[in-house]
Ligand binder design. Structure first.
Ligand code: APR
Length: 246
């Protein structure tokens, strides 16, 4: 029997690759995941990019091509519905989605209050002028920056292993004020995201894990719901919205 949910006003949602799995986007640590086919140290570190930029750029070119035609699934759409409808039922209530994912599916589903803590496949970063720019084509070592026209300075706008995730202060502030923290589709292997549940609990938030199977951090959550996000997230959103009587 599902625990009934209280009425929550400051909701922080963390999403990982499992949220996009039903949209056909590969996860990382499942049996057929990206890290079963690619060595992190060869495609997802600053050292790898310095050593062999072509190999790294081709890895991200392939992932960028994969997301160009990907569609949001019911999990993405339910989270967008939660963001839109919660303030109508509870003025001032807010939903923040913090995603580890670099695909654009939350935006395509309509989520607006969104943090990409590990960057975005459809963005490029020029290390000469620091400009970030929309990028949906293949990227090459000599691709010119759209802002400063320099070549050899454009890289994927992706946070690689050993680099600091983006917007950490904003995330920590949101966790400190949360009354509900929900982790969806992440294995809980990578910090700092894997530690967000502890921060939310310190703030007194109720914490829920929604994942296909127990994550590394499952025991830190008050509640665990295991199954496909495309089924469990719409059900969760109906429960949260239903807890507010019109
Ligand atoms: N519904 C819900 N959960 C799912 C589904 C699904 N349809 N399919 C897979 N999962 C779960 C898996 O059980 C797994 O626990 O999603 C999780 C995916 O875990 P990872 O592949 O490790 O992805 P993630 O947790 O997002 O990785 C975090 O690690 O390597 C870095 O940068 C990479 O952002 C990534 C970070």
């Amino acid at each position: 029997m599902r625990q009934s949910l209280g009425s929550y006003r400051r909701i922080v949602i963390l999403t990982g690759a499992g949220t996009s799995a039903e949209s056909g986007i590969a996860t990382f640590r499942d049996a057929d995941g990206l890290w079963a086919k690619h060595d992190i140290s060869e495609v997802a570190t600053p050292e790898a990019f310095a050593r062999d930029p072509t190999k790294v750029l081709e890895f991200y070119n392939q992932r960028r091509r994969d997301v160009l035609s990907a569609e949001p699934n019911p999990a993405h759409r339910a989270l967008a519905r939660l963001e839109q409808e919660l303030p109508l039922r509870c003025p001032g209530a807010e939903v923040l989605v913090v995603t580890q994912n670099v695909d654009p599916l939350h935006e395509r589903a309509g989520t607006k209050n969104l943090i990409h803590m590990q960057g975005e496949l459809l963005s490029a970063w020029c290390t000469a002028c620091d400009a970030r720019q929309a990028w949906d084509a293949n990227m090459h070592a000599a691709s010119p920056c759209a802002a400063c026209a320099k070549t050899g300075t454009v890289r994927p706008d992706i946070v690689w292993f050993g680099e600091m995730p983006y917007h950490m202060q904003r995330i920590e502030d949101a966790l400190a004020a949360a009354d509900l923290f929900v982790s969806i589709g992440t294995s809980g292997n990578v910090y700092p995201a894997a530690g967000f549940v502890a921060g939310a609990r310190r703030a007194g938030a109720h914490t829920i894990e929604i994942n296909l199977e127990p994550s590394e951090g499952a025991s830190y959550f008050h509640e665990r719901r295991h199954g496909p996000a495309g089924m469990l997230v719409p059900e969760f959103v109906d429960q949260v919205l239903g807890s507010f009587r019109f």
